[in-house]
Design a protein around this ligand. Structure first.
Ligand code: FAD
Length: 524
């Protein structure tokens, strides 16, 4: 079986030219006992599916796609790789929802993490209702965790906007969303991990046990090991949500209200979720005539507000107030009291009363709409930045009202603040260095290229945004980062770089893991 695999792979054209046939110093009997070779699919269909990602910008063909059924399978694959004179690269792939080829492995092996949750493994979600945590496989989708934990009236505290992505994928980046101002990103809400390192060791780690690996893997861009289990903090789940949007025609009121709202993180008097969006004028006049939140007539009102105030863009804060049966009678008053403290455009409050699941899965509904319109599987040159609070108005003036001013309306611009002290600096994830600022903004330019030539234009605009940030010393960090040069990565990690490089030498010395990130390169 192994021989057959080796024969097959030797005929597959590769970009990296690794040649697994030359040396077959078998690491252990486990390759045979676990039958890992038969779990590597080398057919065209399998490799083609693993050659691209949600971004549809970068392509790279792997030699095979591995379908593990246990963490031991993953460890055996990695040990097979490093037993070669020229180890092959290995990229865990969650849903492949990265935008810049981060899950690709040119000429290597892609691990289809989702196969860990199929068949007998489907229940890789176990919880402690007393201690308020849930153990989940790295391959699990957040939407499935939501449904599993809700059966016990519990739920994780922090959510990404979209839930059809995996635990391993978001924990390798950060996992940000509107609850992060209060609870930090998803990586700040993990008690323990199981990780298979680039040496093929299976290690359980936590803040007290193998803590260097624990903090390396959180936000570690898949560089130090494959996350096969995470223990995630839970809280009692609410049943219902007041989902609110309030509109602004000026960025100063918008940002100062957002900052006021996130400062209420522990008082219990504010929102449970806070994000924000920017709608360029053109988006309002030429964009889709309704959204999953706004009706066509509400969009007309927003367009009229922009016209009346002469604003290039309309900003709105998106907030959510959770409630249950016992708090239902007071939630509206609580919202009214909160709104009285804010300076949005009078009359521009929009409130929906929805279930907790309906609120959390809102982007899932949007996905269905975009899929039916044929605009889901298109190039997504997304650019996500963390911008220090002290420079957000400069960023707005030069990017929103400058570079993007006449941009065509396809996609979304997010802008919302987070408290920096909710990010543990021991984690690999990079946040703005500026010591003065205790708040930074997540800004997402989440745009799609739906027509010919648009990808190039959007890429030019993204490059102009990055160039502006560099030139003006804005001090941005990319989130879901992509850097084309080693120097770019060094600057990205900043003071953490030497630690990141040392941890890489310790846990993945052959640099075989997640090569699509382009941070480290295998020797030879
Ligand atoms: P993949 O894209 O498959 O993998 C991402 C990286 O992690 C790769 O380098 C991969 O090799 C590595 N990796 C995957 N699994 C593991 C593992 N088990 N162990 C170690 N490394 C692993 N992000 C947010 O933070 N907040 C949001 O609100 C948000 N909204 C989104 C909305 C949409 C519509 C989309 C498409 C993405 C959104 N994201 C958001 C980005 C998302 O977090 C990333 O795409 C992330 O990579 C998760 O996707 P994935 O599970 O498909 O991981």
């Amino acid at each position: 079986c192994l021989a057959m695999f080796l024969m097959i792979t030797s005929f597959i054209p590769t970009i990296n030219h690794f040649n697994i046939v030359t040396t077959v110093a078998l690491p252990d009997d486990d390759i045979f006992t676990l039958d890992i070779v038969s779990k590597i699919h080398t057919d065209h269909d399998s490799t083609a599916k693993a050659s691209s990602d949600f971004g549809h910008i970068v392509e790279a063909i792997p030699n095979g796609v591995f379908h593990p059924t246990s963490p031991a399978d993953i460890a055996a694959l990695i040990r097979l790789s490093i037993s070669q004179s020229k180890p092959f690269t290995v990229a865990p792939r969650g849903q492949g929802h990265s935008a810049r080829g981060q899950t690709l492995a040119s000429g290597g092996i892609v691990i289809d993490m989702r196969s860990m949750g199929r068949g007998d493994n489907v229940c890789r979600v176990n919880m402690s209702t007393d201690e308020l945590w849930v153990d989940v496989g790295g391959e699990q989708l957040w939407i499935d965790i939501l449904h599993a934990t809700l059966k016990h009236g519990l739920a994780p505290r922090i959510w990404t906007d979209y839930l059809r992505i995996t635990v391993g994928g978001t924990l390798s980046n950060g996992g940000i969303g509107g609850q992060a101002f209060r609870h930090g990103p998803q990586i700040s809400n993990v008690h323990e991990l199981d990780v298979v390192t680039g040496m093929g060791e299976m290690i359980t780690c936590s803040p007290d046990k193998h803590s260097d690996l624990f903090f390396a893997a959180l936000g570690g861009l898949g560089q130090f090991g494959v996350i096969t289990r995470a223990r995630i903090a839970l809280e009692p789940a609410s049943k219902r949500v007041l989902w609110v949007r309030i509109a602004y025609s000026d960025v100063e009121s918008f940002t100062s209200d957002q900052e006021l709202l996130i400062s209420k993180r522990s008082s219990g008097s504010g929102f449970d979720y806070i994000e924000g969006q920017v709608q360029l004028n053109r988006t309002l006049t030429e964009g889709r005539r309704s959204s999953s939140f706004f009706s066509a007539s509400e969009l007309d009102r927003l367009a009229e507000l922009a016209l009346r105030t002469g604003s290039t863009a309309i900003y709105y804060i998106e907030g959510a107030m959770y409630y249950n049966d016992d708090t239902a009678s007071s939630v509206n008053q609580r919202l009214e009291r909160l709104l009285e403290e804010l300076s949005f455009a009078p009359g521009f409050t929009f409130v929906r009363d929805v279930s907790y699941v309906e609120f959390l899965d809102r982007v899932g509904r949007e996905e269905q709409k975009l899929r039916s319109a044929g605009v889901w599987d298109v190039p997504h040159p997304w650019l996500n930045l963390f911008v220090p609070r002290s420079r957000i108005l400069d960023f707005d003036a030069s990017v929103v009202k400058g570079i993007l001013r006449d941009a065509k309306p396809v996609g979304l611009i997010l802008m919302y603040p987070m408290n920096k002290d909710m990010w543990d600096d021991r984690m690999t994830a990079a946040t703005p260095d500026d010591g003065e600022d205790d708040v930074f903004y997540a800004v997402g330019l989440l745009r799609s290229a739906v027509a010919a030539g648009e990808l190039e234009r959007l890429e030019r605009e993204n490059a102009a945004v990055l160039e502006f940030c560099d030139r003006e010393g804005i001090g941005c960090k990319q989130y879901l980062p992509h850097h084309a040069s080693p120097d770019g990565w060094r600057r990205h990690f900043g003071e953490k770089w030497s630690r990141v490089a040392a941890l890489k030498r310790k846990y993945d010395p052959w640099a075989i893991l997640s090569p699509g990130q382009g941070i480290f390169f295998p020797a030879g």
